[in-house]
Design a protein around this ligand. Structure first.
Ligand SMILES: Cc1cc2nc3c(=O)[nH]c(=O)nc-3n(C[C@H](O)[C@H](O)[C@H](O)COP(=O)(O)OP(=O)(O)OC[C@H]3O[C@@H](n4cnc5c(N)ncnc54)[C@H](O)[C@@H]3O)c2cc1C
Length: 411
């Protein structure tokens, strides 16, 4: 059946891509995007890298306003989807209006986790997810003497490098024993800990924030650890991971777990509702277990897959090859594959901060974590997305030179 109206809840990376790809795939019905943020859809990665410093909002936009007009995409910014009436196939908006849909795409993303500690709501305690957060931080950082970052994940460390680049004193507190521990191998953690230390960032591992200190006026003065140590700072960034925005789905009676539960076609348990991007919990064939992937690649590729299905181009099970990047000062981390399944690592170090960590699950090559090695990253992506099983012995035979292995396989 041809779909008339497709409503997209969420105007982030995934929502934007779904709208754009629906038109590109030939959907000629209505496309309505509803998002609670102001303005045009924009990309988040620069927020923690260049945007706070440069303040060029125009560089963040995914497309100019004319794109939405030309493609007859109705954009409803600053509008929240409050509820889904599945029987009537309508969404209820915060202003009280109701909008009908033939298919609904949930692209509601994720929000930052909060730290349930004393002082979390003081002034100058900030988070970073949206352009509005970044604008607030820009104003505060200009006056800050020293910054404390709680959480040494990708965003915390990108922010730390950016703040250090502004000549601010920066201390990072991480409860785990190493940086980005949830997502990268120990050699990559060590590489980045050494890099940040060399630029003058202080990082404390095994350091759980217990309380944010009040300067007496209701603003942050520093962070107190469990043992009573106080790290002074007049700006505190809390970056301790995200949680899926799945309440809308749950309230509508859809299955949820660590996000909105979807099948291999990214459909919820209602055939008229799909979910994509940071909010979607799915089983990636390379992971073999349910999870969420928080990346631009995942948001984009899931949106493309759903758009193709809704435009009648077929419904292949979703399994796009995952990749990711993080820019931290002069270091570019790139990850090809789901390397979290690895139990064996081969490390190759080069000059100028170059690093390649080849990741294996038993004998099977599952991915590459690399630093300042764009060529190797691209080759790993090509090799691994071709679907052929590559083993430890294959790579050892080629002295862990991916280009040489790829050439041999092609020949
Ligand atoms: C600072 C930062 C840096 C990042 N850097 C990188 C990077 O270097 N590389 C990388 O691959 N990824 C990076 N990411 C992650 C990447 O940006 C996300 O994975 C991506 O934005 C996910 O897209 P999404 O559309 O699923 O969710 P989002 O971009 O979060 O968009 C969801 C939108 O839906 C809105 N919404 C939620 N509920 C409702 C509702 N009920 N009604 C209406 N609107 C609603 C939200 O407000 C939001 O605007 C970064 C993220 C951040 C925050």
């Amino acid at each position: 059946m041809k779909l008339k109206t497709i409503v997209i809840a969420g105007t982030g990376q995934a929502g934007f891509q779904a709208a754009s790809s629906l038109r590109a795939e030939g959907h000629d019905g209505e496309i309505i995007m509803i998002g609670d943020e102001p303005g045009l859809p924009y990309q988040r990665p620069p927020l923690s890298k260049t945007y706070i410093k440069e303040g060029r909002a125009d560089r963040l936009l995914l497309r100019p306003e004319s794109f939405y007009e030309t493609n007859a995409i109705t954009l409803m910014p600053q509008t929240r989807v409050e509820a889904i009436d599945r029987r009537a196939r309508e969404v209820k908006l915060d202003g009280g209006d109701r909008l009908g849909y033939d298919h609904l795409i949930l692209a509601t993303g994720a929000r930052n986790r909060r730290l349930p500690i004393e002082g979390g709501d003081l002034r100058r305690v900030v988070e970073l997810r949206t352009m509005a957060h970044a604008d607030e931080i820009r104003d505060l950082i200009a006056a800050a003497q020293s910054v404390v970052v709680i959480g040494a994940g990708f965003i915390g460390l990108e922010f730390a490098a950016m703040a250090r680049g502004l000549d601010t004193d920066v201390t990072v507190l991480e409860a785990a024993p190493r940086a980005m521990a949830r997502v990268v191998s120990a050699p990559v953690s060590q590489h980045f800990a050494a890099y940040h230390a060399a630029t003058g960032v202080t990082i404390h591992f095994g350091a759980a924030a217990a309380r944010i200190r009040n300067d007496g006026t209701g603003a942050a003065a520093g962070v107190e650890l469990g043992d009573g140590t106080v790290i002074a700072g007049d700006l505190v960034l809390v970056s301790v991971g995200v949680a899926a925005n799945d309440e809308l789905a749950r309230a509508a009676g859809l299955a949820t777990d660590i996000g909105v539960t979807v099948d291999e076609n990214l459909l919820t348990d209602d055939p008229a509702i799909s979910a994509i991007g940071d909010c979607a919990s799915f089983v990636h064939p390379l992971a073999g277990a349910r999870g969420r992937i928080e990346s631009v690649q995942n948001a984009t590729d899931q949106a493309k897959a759903v758009a193709a299905r809704l435009a009648g181009k077929g419904a292949a099970p979703y399994g796009a090859f995952p990749w990711f990047w993080s820019d931290q000062g002069a270091r570019k981390l790139q990850i090809a594959g789901l390397t979290g399944t690895a139990d064996r690592h081969v490390v190759r170090e080069g000059e100028d901060g170059k690093l390649a960590v080849h990741c294996f699950a038993g004998e099977t090559y599952v991915g590459l974590e690399s630093v300042n090695a764009a060529g190797e990253h691209v080759t790993a992506r090509k090799l691994l997305s071709e679907g052929r099983r590559i083993t430890f012995s294959d790579l050892r035979e080629h002295e862990f030179d991916l280009k040489s292995l790829r050439a041999a396989l092609a020949g």
